[in-house]
Structure formats: structure tokens, C-alpha cells
Design a protein around this ligand. Structure first.
Ligand SMILES: Nc1nc2c(ncn2[C@@H]2O[C@H](COP(=O)(O)OP(=O)(O)OP(=O)(O)O)[C@@H](O)[C@H]2O)c(=O)[nH]1
Ligand SMILES: [Mg+2]
Length: 333
């Protein structure tokens, strides 16, 4: 595939094209992903998350530029769980990422899918892989919100930076509590504004109370930043680097956990769709459904019946007739 060789050579247009292919939900371009897979796994991935409008994109712009001092090629991926297919960069982010946009060593893309939330996490993993194989040694992944989608997306990052800002309102506590667990480093951005001191000390107090992190030997630091003018960025980069250094001894184990989670998810999805297809085609799906609706079979036993029938039959050969016994027959019938 020509696209693959161009991508592996680092070509930005090929990389953009490949990411568009993984963004379109399903099917993902399997051959492409298989071809580049051996060349990925080298990049360092930093996730950036936090509530809307705290200055994540402005901060990412600063970080991308800062990391260019140590990395020849930087990738930026803005993942948007709420918006439909983007087909490229969000205009607003382009505006916010002025410094990065002008630097050919920084590749910026946004990502969204029309599909379900799980699909976005998978698309993110694949887009990261493509950037990685295309030689982007450091990848910044930005996502907004505080839900499961964002947590799933942040799972693909070696280091998670949670960004907050003063003046978030009454639900600050709730927001913080929701993302406290996933942050390795915290930034209180807009430190030029009133209330930054309070936000930082509240956050520090909350982090003190998180026993897990303290036990693991890493206390998530809180850094104050002004993304607009770059204040605090060197300190933030230093903390991100410290966390990355700390990760090194367990990187192999981390990668294995990631791979196991992805494999489990894919096997689950694959098994489910194959089994369901077979059940529908063979007529057993409707049969079990009738039995459940007719209260002759409870849903748990209904599912077990389908799974064991599937495993006992050779799917494709069974036409729903040979392997005797109607499903959900009453004992007394
Ligand atoms: N005062 C001040 N404003 C800032 C700072 N950083 C960013 N902003 C402003 O905050 C607004 C939102 O910035 P973004 O970088 O788009 O924030 P975001 O978190 O990426 O926003 P979403 O992606 O929409 O959630 C913009 O108007 C920025 O110029 C800062 O350090 N101080
Ligand atoms: Mg943004």
C-alpha cells in the first residue's frame, strides 16, 4: 500500500488521510492498521483533560511548542466525544493553537466519530498508533468533559494532565472528584485570574486525601499556569517529564495491561456479534426471545442457552433444526 509507505516515511498528508479512515466508523481500515502496527509503540503519550473552557487547547499549544525542544516531531490529537464527524481540525482549536499550527514539526488533528462512545476510544487508540508509526515521538491528546468516554480515552496516555481553572462555579467539587483519580499531574490554569490560589489549595487538600496515590509513591503535583502567556509552562513540562521517568520501570507491565484490555474488549465485541448473527440467522434468537417474553425462560438462562448452543454447534452448518430440543420448553410441557 502506497499510503503505508508514505505514512511510515512521516508524510503529514498520508497521516491525515489515514486518521480520516480510522475516524469513519466501521469498518476501520484493518489492513492499514495491521501494516503499521509493528512500527508503533515508541511514542510517549500525554493526555490532557478537564472541564470545558479551562484553557486546555491553549495549554496544549504551549506544551507542543515546549516539547519540540526535545522531540523532532510532535503530534496533537483533539478528541471530541460530543461532536459528530469533523473530517479535520476544529476551527476554534486552529485559532487557539496558533503557535503549533505555524510549526511544520507539529501535526494537529481532531477526532470525532458518529458511532458509540466505545468506538471513539478505539479510534483514539488507532489514531495514536498512526501518529506513532509516522514518527511523532510525543503525542498530546486533548479531550473535554468528565464522563466515562473521557476516562476511556485517557487510558491511552502514559501521563494524564488534568487542567482546572478558577471560577468554575459550584460544581467544582464534583468535577474535581470525578477526575481526581485519573490525573498524574494537575494544572490550575488561568492563574492570572482571581481565585487561582483558592482553587490550587482546595485541589491540593483533595489530593492529600487520596491514599492510593501516596502509597504508589507518586504524589500528583499541582502547577499553576497562564497558558495565554506561557507562565508556568517550564515547571509543568518538568513535572510531566518526572512522571514519565517514574513510569519507565513499569512501562512493559503497563503496555501489557493496555494490550490485555484492548484484546478483551475486541474479543468481547467480536464474540458477541458473531454469536448474535448466528442466533438471528438460525432462528434461535426469536425462539429465545419468545420464551423470555412468554415468561417460560428468564433472560439469564436465555443468554446461557444461546451461548451453549452456539458453542456446541458448528456455526454456519447448523440450520436450527438438528440439535434437537426447542429452546425454553417448559418442564411440564
Ligand atoms: N485569562 C486567561 N485566559 C486563558 C488562559 N488560557 C486560556 N484562556 C482563554 O480561555 C478561553 C478558552 O481556552 P481554550 O484553550 O479553548 O479552552 P479549552 O479548555 O480547550 O476549551 P474546550 O476545548 O472548548 O473545552 C480562550 O478564550 C482562551 O484565550 C489563561 O491562562 N488565562
Ligand atoms: Mg479545547
Amino acid at each position: 500500500m502506497e499510503l503505508v509507505s508514505r505514512l511510515l516515511a512521516g508524510d503529514a498528508a498520508a497521516l491525515a488521510r489515514a486518521i480520516t479512515l480510522v475516524e469513519c466508523d466501521p469498518p476501520s481500515p484493518r489492513d492499514l492498521l495491521a501494516a503499521i502496527y509493528p512500527y508503533a509503540g515508541k511514542a510517549r503519550v500525554v493526555g490532557i483533560t478537564g472541564p470545558p473552557g479551562v484553557g486546555k487547547s491553549t495549554l496544549v499549544d504551549q506544551l507542543a511548542t515546549a516539547f519540540r525542544q526535545t522531540h523532532a516531531e510532535v503530534g496533537v490529537l483533539a478528541v471530541d466525544p460530543s461532536s459528530p464527524f469533523t473530517g479535520g481540525a476544529i476551527l476554534g482549536d486552529r485559532v487557539r493553537m496558533v503557535r503549533s499550527s505555524a510549526d511544520p514539526g507539529i501535526f494537529i488533528r481532531s477526532l470525532a466519530t458518529r458511532g458509540q462512545l466505545g468506538g471513539l476510544s478505539q479510534a483514539t487508540a488507532n489514531a495514536i498508533r498512526l501518529m506513532d508509526a509516522a514518527g511523532r515521538g510525543l503525542i498530546l491528546v486533548e479531550t473535554v468533559g468528565a464522563g466515562q468516554a473521557e476516562v476511556d480515552i485517557m487510558n491511552h496516555a502514559h501521563t494524564v494532565l488534568v487542567v482546572l481553572a478558577p471560577g468554575l462555579g459550584d460544581d467544582v467539587q464534583a468535577i474535581k472528584a470525578g477526575i481526581l483519580e485519573i490525573g498524574h499531574v494537575f494544572a490550575v490554569n488561568k492563574a492570572d485570574r482571581d481565585g487561582a490560589d483558592r482553587t490550587s489549595s482546595e485541589l491540593e487538600a483533595m489530593l492529600e486525601m487520596a491514599p492510593d496515590r501516596a502509597a504508589g509513591g507518586w504524589r500528583p503535583p499541582v502547577v499553576r499556569t497562564v497558558a495565554r502567556d506561557g507562565r508556568g509552562i517550564p515547571e509543568l513540562v518538568q513535572k510531566l517529564d518526572e512522571h514519565w521517568d517514574r513510569r519507565q520501570p513499569e512501562l512493559g507491565a503497563w503496555q501489557r495491561r493496555q494490550a490485555a484490555a484492548e484484546l478483551a474488549e475486541l474479543v468481547g465485541a467480536m464474540a458477541r456479534s458473531r454469536l448474535q448473527d448466528w442466533a438471528v440467522k438460525s432462528g434461535r434468537w426469536e425462539e429465545v426471545l419468545d420464551a423470555i417474553v412468554g415468561r417460560r425462560l428468564d433472560p439469564q438462562r436465555g443468554a446461557e442457552t444461546l451461548v451453549s448452543h452456539y458453542l456446541n454447534c458448528r456455526p454456519g452448518e447448523d440450520q436450527g433444526s438438528k440439535t434437537g430440543g426447542r429452546i425454553g420448553r417448559r418442564k411440564d410441557a
